[in-house]
Structure formats: structure tokens, C-alpha cells
Ligand binder design. Structure first.
Ligand code: MN
Length: 289
């Protein structure tokens, strides 16, 4: 199992210099993996990033949220095509830097919708993800569709709904991506969605209820980690936190990051790495009881 950290803990700028800082800092905090936000996939020097990852011995994944201009759940075929092109570029960048997973809100725009998802829009999303899954499979990449709360998507907001979506896609490399921050808003508890997803769970974000320091909010991490242990989950477990102290303007606005929850990314990251590994050790010991 790889324990990872989202790049936004370290910087809001993901050009080559920003990524160098994020990769060095992720390694220094003790993580195995960095999740790189690919808001602007064309802005990354792929060879340099690949070399930096190798130098620091880090695995990599990438994530993004689509916008209204690239919403593959749109009924406008031009918008769907723009989203599919963007995600196709992300897959190529990820393959070139040696990454393994493309995750996030890639099934629709990451925004507050004012109407329910339409059947036609849902069909467009499912079919686009199915086509992308074929390309990803050729590149050895897994796709995770992130379950986010009702203010950030209208396509699905719970693990059970996401399982139905993933089954509709019907590709062996498309998985459910759960995030404890969003689960804390929408799910009945932090345990049953993990069991409901079962083998369909392929990626996990660990975020606190206010997206700050783990353990300082209301998320029931004990129940969540017990769920992971119960199902034998062994995919990436990635810490995600956002503060207005470190901002990518586009991302922070989409995620409504209006206040400062921390200023020292190094302290936050080292704390999260120890917190996650500690919980995993605790639940692993249950097998000896
Ligand atoms: Mn997340």
C-alpha cells in the first residue's frame, strides 16, 4: 500500500520549479507517492518531472476537476469532446512521467450544478470514460472517479451511486475513488461505503471535515480505516488538504478555500504521514485478535 500526499500541501504553482519543491517536500515528509494536480497538463516538463520522481524514489498519480468548458457530462458534443481531449492529454502526460492513476472529478465538471444530471449527459459521461479507459489500459493507467459532495457534482455523491456508474462504464481499469471529506457530508457512516465499494474501490483521499489537520475535525477515521482493513484494500491512500496559505487560484476557488487552516506544509505533511500510517498499523493488528 502506498501512502501519498496531494501536491497542494506544498505549492499552488505546478510548473517544473513548483513540482521540484512538491516532490522534494513529499519525500522529506515521509510519503511514498505524490498526487500531481494536472489543471494545466501542457505546463509540465515531462522528462524533468520523471527524473525528479526517480531521483526521490516517489510514485506518482495525477488528478483534476473538469470545468464547465470541459464537462463530459454535458449534452453539448463540443464540450464533451473538449473534456475528452483534456483527459486524453492528462493520460499521455501521466504515462510520460511514469504515473499510475488518473483520478478526481473527471466524470463531470467540479462545480455546483443547479439541476439534476440529465440521462443524456450521464450517458455522454459514461461513454467518454469508457473510451478513455481503453486508452488508459494501453498505457497501464487506472482511472478513479471521485465521489464528491452535492455542491461539487450532480452525477453521484455516494459510494453506492459511484459503484453503479463504474459498473455502467464496465471497464476493468475504472474504479471508485472515495474521499473522507466528502463522505463525511453525504454518507450514512464511514464504514459501509467502503464495504459497498469492495473490490471496486481503487483510490482513497484522506481529508478532514474542514480540510485541515487530520484529527482536528469530525471525520470518523477509525471507522474508515477499519473498513479498508476489512476489505483488504491495498491501493493508494493519499492525504489531501487545502489552505488559503498555499493556493492555486483556480483550484482554491472551485473548492471554496476561503480561510487559513495551516501555514506550515512541512509540519502538516509530516503529521498526516504519521497519522495515516499509525491508523493503518492499528487496524492491521485487529487481524491478530
Ligand atoms: Mn479529494
Amino acid at each position: 500500500m502506498q501512502i501519498g500526499c496531494h501536491g497542494s500541501v506544498w505549492t499552488g504553482t505546478f510548473d517544473t520549479d513548483g513540482l521540484r519543491l512538491a516532490i522534494e517536500s513529499t519525500r522529506a515528509a515521509g510519503f511514498d507517492l505524490i498526487e500531481i494536480p494536472l489543471m494545466d497538463p501542457g505546463g509540465i516538463d515531462r522528462a524533468t518531472v520523471r527524473a525528479l520522481l526517480a531521483e526521490h524514489g516517489l510514485a506518482a498519480t495525477a488528478s483534476l476537476g473538469l470545468s464547465a468548458r470541459t464537462d463530459i457530462s454535458s449534452e453539448d458534443p463540443d464540450v464533451v469532446a473538449a473534456g475528452e481531449r483534456l483527459l486524453g492529454t492528462c493520460l499521455e502526460v501521466l504515462a510520460d512521467i511514469g504515473g499510475t492513476h488518473l483520478v478526481g472529478v473527471i466524470h463531470c465538471a467540479m462545480q455546483k450544478y443547479l439541476t439534476p444530471a440529465s440521462p443524456g449527459g450521464r450517458r455522454n459521461s459514461v461513454e467518454a470514460i469508457r473510451r478513455l479507459a481503453g486508452r488508459a489500459s494501453d498505457l497501464g493507467i487506472r482511472i478513479g472517479v471521485e465521489v464528491v459532495n452535492r455542491y461539487e457534482s450532480n452525477l453521484f455523491n455516494t459510494g453506492r451511486q459511484a459503484v453503479r456508474y463504474v459498473e455502467e462504464v464496465g471497464a476493468g481499469n475504472v474504479f471508485v475513488h472515495l474521499d473522507t471529506y466528502h463522505m463525511n457530508i453525504e454518507e450514512p457512516d464511514m464504514y459501509t461505503p467502503v464495504l459497498a465499494a469492495g473490490d471496486r474501490l481503487g483510490y482513497v483521499h484522506i481529508g478532514e471535515s474542514h480540510r485541515g489537520y487530520l484529527g482536528s475535525g469530525t471525520v470518523d477515521f477509525d471507522a474508515f480505516f477499519r473498513g479498508l482493513a476489512h476489505t483488504g484494500y491495498d491501493g493508494p491512500v493519499v492525504f489531501e488538504s487545502f489552505s488559503s496559505a498555499v493556493v492555486h487560484p483556480e483550484l482554491s476557488q472551485m473548492l471554496a478555500i476561503w480561510r487559513n487552516l495551516w501555514t506550515d506544509g512541512a509540519d502538516l505533511g509530516a503529521h498526516a504521514n504519521a497519522y495515516i500510517r499509525g491508523r493503518l498499523r492499528s487496524v492491521a493488528s485487529i487481524g491478530m485478535h
